[in-house]
Write a protein that binds this ligand. Structure first.
Ligand SMILES: NC(=O)c1ccc[n+]([C@@H]2O[C@H](COP(=O)([O-])OP(=O)(O)OC[C@H]3O[C@@H](n4cnc5c(N)ncnc54)[C@H](O)[C@@H]3O)[C@@H](O)[C@H]2O)c1
Length: 255
């Protein structure tokens, strides 16, 4: 499939921006959904156009049903129902242990990283109705969907729940030719890892834990998203694909 309509959430930065640009490079129409930074979203749209794609920017808070609905409606008015959803919007773990975590913090993470995946998936599906054309949903999850960290209960629970959402959606939508997969990155150099980009010693201390010896680039995650959305991945659904340079295999080191 080429010339598809692709919706990318969290597309004003990091992995979402890289995905938007990569789909632009295939000549796709890319809806750059952003949380608040309209100027950053315009930069992503510029990158999409520079690479030969079409772009529009639309604000969308993935944790808000009305906002998600309005954003998809705007895309549908312009280009018709999307063929691909890449949901990259997300918040990082709070670093707060459960003992001291406020309910509002827990809800904020779950609402964004898990309910946001539900709301965007559902709106993508209802917008398509019973359209028969193949389609793909890709959620950006994390190795923390299964490799937990103290201080990450909010994030690990959200991403762990996302695994089951992806698998459930995959079996529900397979008969309609809609494939649903998750990408589970390790350490990727994005604003979510801002300190690693400004503090070389800190970054080196983290990269020592990665068998491949380096953090990943958002464009490497985008390459995987492009593959999962393509016909080359036509028999892949309900998969959770790790992209982490081997990081998550190091859990039992020293045991
Ligand atoms: N960077 C990493 O190392 C890493 C590792 C594993 C997983 N991830 C996941 O990748 C995804 C993208 O993260 P990133 O690294 O590009 O970080 P990022 O901070 O650059 O991107 C996240 C984007 O989500 C947006 N966002 C936050 N709350 C939102 C909301 N309620 N509605 C809509 N948008 C919202 C932010 O504005 C931001 O643009 C996230 O789901 C994250 O959990 C990142």
């Amino acid at each position: 499939m080429t010339g598809r309509t692709v919706v990318v959430t969290g597309a004003e930065s990091g992995i979402g921006a890289a995905c938007a640009a990569a789909f632009g490079g295939l000549g796709d129409r890319v809806a750059v959904l952003y949380f608040a930074d309209a100027a950053a979203a315009e930069r992503t749209a510029g990158a999409v156009r520079d690479r030969g794609g079409e772009a529009m920017t639309v604000q969308a808070h993935v944790d808000d049903e009305g906002s998600v609905d309005a954003a998809f409606a705007a895309v549908e008015r312009a280009w018709g129902p999307p063929d691909v959803l890449v949901n990259s919007a997300g918040l990082n773990m709070s670093g707060v242990t459960v003992r001291t975590m406020q309910l509002a913090q827990w809800r904020r993470l779950i609402d964004t990283d898990l309910t946001g995946a539900f709301l965007t998936s559902r709106r993508f599906l209802t917008g398509r109705g019973e359209t028969k054309r193949d389609a793909a949903i890709i959620h950006i999850s994390s190795i923390h969907a299964y490799a937990v960290r103290a201080g990450g209960a909010d994030y690990c629970a959200a991403k762990g729940g996302l695994s089951n959402l992806v698998e459930t959606l995959a079996i529900e939508e397979a008969p309609r030719g809609i494939r649903v997969n998750a990408i589970e990155p390790g350490m990727i150099l994005t604003p979510m890892n801002a300190r690693a980009q400004s503090d070389a010693a800190y970054r080196a201390s983290l990269e020592r834990n990665i068998p491949m010896g380096r953090a990943g680039d958002p464009a490497e995650v985008a390459d995987l998203a492009v593959f999962l959305a393509s016909d080359r991945a036509r028999y892949i659904t309900g998969a959770r694909i790790v992209i982490d340079g081997g990081l998550s295999l190091m859990q039992a080191v020293g045991a």
